[in-house]
Ligand binder design. Structure first.
Ligand code: DGJ
Length: 703
């Protein structure tokens, strides 16, 4: 039995092993008319490899494999670890249609009590294949799953592979990193109860030049992502016998054990895989298309408005008169939503107190929060508010009333990070309390934008006596999703910005439940550009919230013009974080012009395709956007690193690649006309009319 799942431009072909013990990959790549042969055991298997170890299994369990890595470990408390499978043919479901395909293949283990179903779906809108598993225990005894990953991906790039990934730390997220794996295992993940700041759950694989003959062209690239916001692990394994490198990913197997009591089931997070014949950039664009069309609820400006956030201007010193002064200027600049960040609620004069007590501080807001919100709305903006609903300060009424509501590893001291504990969202009563807090805020005040923050890892869970106590990171994440879904369902007009000390919880699952993400606490424009460059390799511009700021940043502190800072923020979802009272009339004037320009261009930035040229640390770096079918403008954001152009005899040029080859384009505001072919070959002149160190060029198609 063989099944072909179609994406927009690729085929994903799998078949059932003749003995019905598993599903294997037959083909994953460009769509062709060629019939794919079902995988069969290679004629010569060298060394110790057994047939099941060398098979490109879509999902492998210990007990089925003999020595190779398995996505599933099953522990029944007896001498056998693992499970072996026979297909339940009657339960196979394959649906193929114009809009996409889906496949479910169920298996029963040798005891007849554990059922494993492999799921896969595709869509004709994009090139992503989504895969996950369900495990159901119909037996009478409990089964433990020390590892229950979502999928194994047999990536057909041979065994010498280049892995591009994103690594970082606080204020330095999404740094592009690369490792060349020449047989071995590479593993990234998070044990932070969250996606984490250290790694993003996504990798891109390309073949390295190989001595073997079966390797695909270097332009063939594959991306694999895990759509999960709790602790996770993703492993790239190029050890195995066979012609592919295996990527396995799922809920972290170091800190989490899933328990299935009699009658219980576990549905894993989804994993996503994508192929592109256009190399690493093609994979980025394929992710963007998927995130735009399948994950975002919409791409309208309503859910990605121009933000003013007062955090950097005030920190915890929130005063209504000051906020109103800032709001007045923000409105004049064309800002669409005024967001009050941390510090608005009772007891919150520093990060040491107040978290958990979500009522407006009467000293700061004697007339309540609505007194500010109403005035902001009168000025023509929406009103937004910061919350951190998952955490509590020890110095808060909430903690004094409910000391048992936080995660605590039995017998161990509580761990406070940024002076706060994490609420145990595995408890139904706590989740309901959080939902009620949010409902009360949103119904009592005209708030239409929420910035949901989370400023520490989720640690030290494990409810004593609870058989599911070692699943707290999974439970926490599912409750977080549940609350986000509630917000969407009950308050559809409220825009949600997801944040975790900057970019500590960004992944495709969060993108599906939020509108924008606060990419990083790094607002220095030059450092930010490096972060955005990495971010855009896996995530899209329509979620990339970015503020103009006067802060020079942490690493490259060389100053940049106001125009440069706007050009950095305009390449995503524009916001302003500066102390507007410190800007003089000229700066406000200039800022107002840039906001207006951004509004003219954002349709291209948010709904289009993006590609980066060079590196932000190069002297000239460019981010190119091509608009969607109904707005085929090209927008080029150009950043000049050192402004020393005296050494160039000619004016600088950039070489955009998304123009149609035989079409002509006029560079808006100039006489320059280029064709797609000439732009690729001879480039487009950059006059630096926008700012001395940055330019924003718009290429309008003429025919
Ligand atoms: C961390 C966020 O990333 C910042 O933008 C700000 O909201 C602070 N938390 C407030 O405590």
């Amino acid at each position: 039995m063989q099944w072909t799942l179609h994406t927009r431009a690729t085929d994903y072909v799998v078949s059932l092993l003749p003995d019905g013990s598993g599903v294997v990959l037959d083909y994953w790549g460009e769509r062709t008319d060629v019939e794919r042969e079902a995988w069969s055991e290679p004629a010569r298997i060298t060394g110790w490899a057994t047939p099941s170890d060398s098979a490109p299994l879509e999902y492998a369990s210990n007990g089925q494999r003999h020595t190779a890595f398995s996505e599933l470990l099953v522990d029944r408390g007896d001498s056998r670890t693992g499970a072996s499978w026979r297909v339940d043919e009657a339960g196979i479901a394959f649906e193929t249609g114009q809009r996409g395909d889906s496949l479910d293949v169920p298996f029963i283990d040798e005891t007849g009590t554990l059922r494993l179903t492999l799921h896969a779906t595709t869509s004709a809108d994009h090139d992503v294949v989504r895969r996950w598993i369900t495990l159901e225990n119909s037996g009478e005894s409990a089964v433990e799953l020390p590892r229950a990953f979502s999928a194994g991906w047999n990536v057909p790039v041979g065994q010498r592979v280049r892995v591009d990934y994103l690594a970082g730390s606080w204020s330095r997220e999404f740094q592009r990193r690369r490792v060349d794996l020449d047989w071995g295992t590479f593993s990234i993940g998070s044990r932070q109860g969250m996606t984490g700041l250290a790694f993003s759950p996504v990798v891109t694989l390309t073949a390295l030049p190989d001595i073997d003959s079966f390797v695909r062209p270097a332009s063939h690239a594959y991306g694999v992502a895990l759509e999960w916001s709790g602790s996770w692990r993703l492993q790239v394994d190029s050890n195995q016998v066979g012609q592919s490198t295996r990527v396995s990913c799922g809920v972290d197997d170091d800190t989490t054990t899933i328990t299935l009591l009699a009658g219980e089931s576990f549905v894993s997070p989804q994993s996503a895989g994508v192929f592109s014949a256009d190399g690493v950039d093609g994979v980025s664009q394929a992710w963007h298309r998927y995130q735009q069309l399948a994950l975002a609820r919409d791409l309208t400006p309503w859910h990605r408005p121009v933000v003013y956030n007062s955090w950097m201007a005030t920190t915890f010193d929130v005063r209504i008169d000051h906020q109103l002064e800032l709001a007045g200027i923000a409105a004049d600049l064309g800002v669409e939503v005024f967001v009050v960040d941390d510090g608005w609620f009772v007891g919150r004069t520093s990060d040491r107190a107040g978290l958990g007590d979500w009522t407006p501080d009467p000293a700061k807001f004697p007339g309540g929060l609505s007194a500010l919100a109403d005035r902001v709305i009168e000025k023509g903006m929406r009103f937004g508010l910061w919350v951190e609903p998952e955490c509590v300060n020890p110095d808060s009424d909430l903690f004094r009333q409910h000391p048992d509501w936080v995660y605590r590893a039995e017998g161990r001291p509580l761990l406070s990070i940024r002076n706060q504990y994490v609420l145990d969202l595995g408890r139904q009563d706590v989740v309901e309390w959080v939902e009620d807090v949010l409902r009360t805020l949103l119904t009592s005040t005209p708030i239409s934008y929420i910035k949901w923050d989370m400023n520490r890892p989720v640690t030290d869970g494990g409810r004593a006596g609870d058989p599911h106590g070692r699943e707290w990171s999974v439970q926490h994440t599912r409750s977080y999703y549940r609350i986000l879904r509630m917000l969407r369902a009950e308050f559809p007009d409220v825009t949600l910005e997801a944040c975790a000390s900057g970019g500590g919880r960004i992944d495709n699952a969060v993108l599906a439940l939020s509108d924008v993400v606060w990419t990083s606490d790094e607002v220095g424009a030059r450092d930010r550009l490096v972060i955005q460059d990495g971010f855009l390799s896996a995530y899209p511009a329509h979620v990339m919230s970015s503020w103009v700021s006067d802060d020079l940043g942490h690493r490259d502190r060389s100053p940049s013009s106001l125009g440069y800072r706007f050009a950095v923020a305009m390449a995503g979802v524009l916001g302003i974080g500066s102390d507007l009272l410190a800007w003089d009339a000229e700066e406000r004037d200039e800022a107002g012009r840039h906001v207006a320009r951004y509004k003219e261009l954002r349709n291209v930035v948010h709904r289009g395709t993006s590609v980066t040229h060079g590196r932000p640390t190069d002297n000239l770096y460019c981010v190119e956007y091509r608009g969607p079918a109904d707005d085929e403008r090209i927008v080029l954001f150009v950043y000049d690193r050192d402004r020393d152009r005296t050494r160039d005899r000619e004016q600088p040029r950039v070489f955009p690649t998304t123009l149609d080859a035989d079409r002509r384009y006029r560079v808006a505001g100039s006489e320059q006309v280029v064709s797609g072919a000439s732009a690729r070959g001879s480039g487009v002149l950059v006059p630096f009319g926008f700012a001395s160190d940055a330019d924003v060029l718009v290429l309008d198609p003429l025919d």
